[in-house]
Design a protein. Structure first.
Length: 263
């Protein structure tokens, strides 16, 4: 069987020593697209969008710092604890979405404290642009030929020629399109649900759906961590479980509160 071969350079443009990479373009571009979506949400709900430029800085910093620390300490702790200065070398690669999530939550809390905004209101609304960023990151991984899927003989398998000639699950695309599907659902819910229910429901639903997808797709991924667990779960699955549990409890709570208020 002939499989689709992927051999696109991760570098989009070179200007002397400077490189513009697909990953960086998608990552930064998704934040600005998220900013535009956030402005729409703020204007729709009568909030002042002027603070969003500052919010962009908070969330971008929280994402990068959290994702970098989680990658270094959860996926390659032995190496980075022996070479701590390399933790700062973000340009060498290595970001973990679980840490990015925690970093964003902390950044939002700090932003809300300073700007006197409702933390849970902002947390619920930021889920929509957050899904845009999550999908863009996985498309960036695809361009980098990284976070590879396991070998498969399925007809839609892809050969990542920059790595090897094995047909593999295009797990980066599985994940990216899953997040876009969740994004579509969230836009519908945001438009249909009462604002109070939206504030209570969306953060928990985001955690539940996003990390359930992540947990299930780990079964099609190659090993990411530099060490092994004594249990039948990958590092990514172990990091996803707390988010799934918190999300499930949160959704149940939100629905129960909504039922009580509607009686």
């Amino acid at each position: 069987m002939d499989y689709f071969t992927w051999n696109i350079s991760p570098v989009l443009l070179e200007l002397g020593p400077l490189q513009l990479r697909w990953y960086g373009l998608l990552f930064v571009g998704s934040f600005f697209l998220g900013l535009a979506i956030s402005k729409w949400i703020f204007q729709r709900e009568g909030r002042d969008p002027e603070a969003l430029d500052t919010l962009l800085i908070y969330t971008l910093a929280g994402t990068v710092i959290g994702a970098r620390l989680m990658h270094c300490l959860a996926y390659e702790p032995h190496y980075y604890l022996s070479h701590p200065l390399e933790i700062l070398m973000v340009w060498k690669g290595g970001l973990a979405s679980h840490g990015g999530m925690l970093g964003v939550i902390i950044a939002l809390w700090l932003f809300c404290r300073r700007h006197k905004e409702s933390f849970f209101w902002l947390l619920s609304r930021i889920t929509i642009p957050g899904l845009v960023v999550a999908a863009a990151v996985r498309f960036g991984n695809f361009f980098n030929s990284e976070i590879l899927g396991k070998e498969t003989d399925l007809p839609w398998a892809i050969i990542f020629e920059r790595v090897d000639m094995l047909p593999r699950h295009p797990v980066q695309l599985y994940e990216a399109f899953s997040y876009l599907a969740i994004l579509g659902l969230f836009v519908i819910l945001y438009k249909k649900l009462a604002p109070e229910f939206t504030t209570r429901l969306l953060p928990g639903l985001f955690l539940l759906m996003m990390f359930t997808v992540r947990f299930l797709l780990e079964y099609t991924k190659t090993k990411q961590a530099a060490y092994t667990w004594e249990i039948p779960f990958s590092t990514g699955q172990m990091l996803s479980l707390p988010f799934i549990i918190i999300g499930l409890v949160w959704v149940i709570w939100a629905i129960k509160v909504n039922k009580v208020k509607n009686k």
